[in-house]
Design a protein around this ligand. Sequence first.
Ligand SMILES: Cc1cc2nc3c(=O)[nH]c(=O)nc-3n(C[C@H](O)[C@H](O)[C@H](O)COP(=O)(O)OP(=O)(O)OC[C@H]3O[C@@H](n4cnc5c(N)ncnc54)[C@H](O)[C@@H]3O)c2cc1C
Length: 469
Amino acid sequence: MKKERVIVIGGGFAGLAAAKRVQEAGYDVTVLEKRDRFGGKWSSWTDEDGDVIETGLHVYFGAYEEIYELMKDIGIYDRIQWKEHVLTYTLADGERFEFRTMNAPSPLHLLPAVFQNRYFSWKEKLTLVKALGPIIFGTESYYAKCDNLSYQAWHRNWGIADRMLSKMFLPMTLALKFLPPEAISARVVLDVAGMFLRQNHASKMGFLDGAPDDRFTGPLVEHLRQRGATMRSEAKVAEVETRADGRVSAILLDSGERVVGDQYIFALPIHNLKRLMPERWKAEPYFDNLNQFEGVPVISMQMWFDRQISGIDNILFNPDGIIPVYADMANTTPAYYNEGKSRFQFVVAPAIELMDLSDEALIRRVRADVDSTFPDTAPDATMIKATIVRIPNSVYWPKPGTDKFRPSQASPIPNVAIAGGYTRQKFYDSMEGAVRSGNRAGDAAIARLRGESVAVSPAPTQRFTAQPA
Ligand SMILES: Cc1cc2nc3c(=O)[nH]c(=O)nc-3n(C[C@H](O)[C@H](O)[C@H](O)COP(=O)(O)OP(=O)(O)OC[C@H]3O[C@@H](n4cnc5c(N)ncnc54)[C@H](O)[C@@H]3O)c2cc1C
C-alpha cells in the first residue's frame, strides 16, 4: 500500500525534527531545503583555508530536553561537552566577576552566587533578591502580564539596581535574543531566569565537540536518509499552490517542479514564511497574527590569534562592548583545539546599527573589545584572520505584547502545520525550541493523517475548519 507523504519545507532543526517524528510514525517524508546544506541557523562550512566557519556560537543548556532525546536516538548525545557550572562575566580593563552555583536543592544552589559575588555591593544584590519571588513563584497569568513590559521596564518597576541591568542583564538579553533589555519582552527573561532558579541543572552549559555539519546535522540527515526519507538540498520553494478551500495542493520549486504530499509542514524563519504565504490564508487571524513577528539581525565573528589570549574553557559574557557573549573555541571544542592558540567565536550585538559597517570597521571594534577585556595577553598578540557572518533575520523578535500572538503548530488549514521558534512552546527560538516546535508540528500532521482532530490556537474562523484532511 502506498504510504501517505508529508512534505517538510525548511531543513533547519525544526524541519529535521518534524521529519524524524513523521518518519518514525511510518509515513513517507520529503524535506525541501533551499540551501546546499541542512541545519539552517546552525550550519557550518569550510572556507578556502580549510577552517570551519559556523553561522553562530551555539550553547546547549541543561534545561533542554527534546533535543537531547533526539541526539540520544541517533547516538550522538555524548558529543556534548558539559562545562563547569559557572557564569563568567569578562569586562573592560580586564575586570571579572562570576556567578557560581552549588549542588543543593533550588533555590539554595544560588547561595554561592549571592554570597561570593564581590562585583555588586550588598545593597545592589539585595534589590535583586527582593525580585526573586515573582521570578521563581510567578504564576502563568503573572508571566503573561509581564509580556506587556520590556525587561528594562520590569527591572526598574521592581527597583533592581541599574548597574545590574547594564552589567549583568544586558549581556544576558543580548545573548538570549541579540536584543537590549528595552527591546525584549520581560516574559522571556522571567521564563529563562525562572527556569534557571527553579532547576539546579537548567543553567549548566555545554558545547558540541565539533562543527555542527559533521557532528550533528550530518549524522541526523544521514539517519533520516537511511530510513527512507528524501532529503533534498538546493530545493527552494517558490510558491504554495492552494485549492479553493485554502488547502495546499502542491509546492512549487523555483525549478518549476511540483511536489505533492498529503500533509505539509512549513519549518521556515518567519520572514520566509510570510513571503510564501498564499494570499487566501492572510485574512485568517491565525496567519494574520504572524505579521506581529519579524527576525532580529545579528552578526557572528570568528577571530584567530597567534597565541593564547584566554585560558577559559566556558561561555563568556561581556557587558562593555559589542561582544556580549563569546567563547574561545580553541578551549571549549575539541575539533577546534589549535596548539593552544585562541580561536574566538563572538556574537556581535545589538546589530541593527552595525550591519552596514565594513568588515574592517567591525573587526577593529571587536579587536578593541578583546584588547580591553584581556589587557595582559591580547594587545601584543597578532590576529591571524577574522571571518564575519551577517544574519539580517535570525531568531524571531519577542517584542513586548506579542507572546499572545504565537500560534499552535497545527494550523486551521487541515493539511498544514508550522514549526519554528515563534510557534507556541516554552523555549522560544533556540535549538530546543526548534526541535520542540518540529516535534509538535510532526504530531499535528500525524494526528490529521490518522483522522484525529487537533487543537488549533487561535481557534479558526469559519473560513477554514480544522477537520482532518
Ligand atoms: C548567531 C546565533 C546564535 C545562536 N545561539 C544559540 C544558542 O547558543 N543556543 C540555542 O539553543 N540556540 C541558538 N540560536 C538559535 C537557533 O540557531 C535557532 O533557534 C534554530 O536553529 C532555528 O531552527 P529552525 O529550524 O526553526 O530555523 P532555521 O534554522 O532558520 O531553518 C529554516 C530553514 O528553512 C530554509 N528555507 C528558507 N526559505 C526556504 C524556501 N523558500 N525553501 C526551502 N527552504 C527554505 C532555510 O534555508 C533554513 O535552512 C542561535 C541563532 C543564531 C543566529
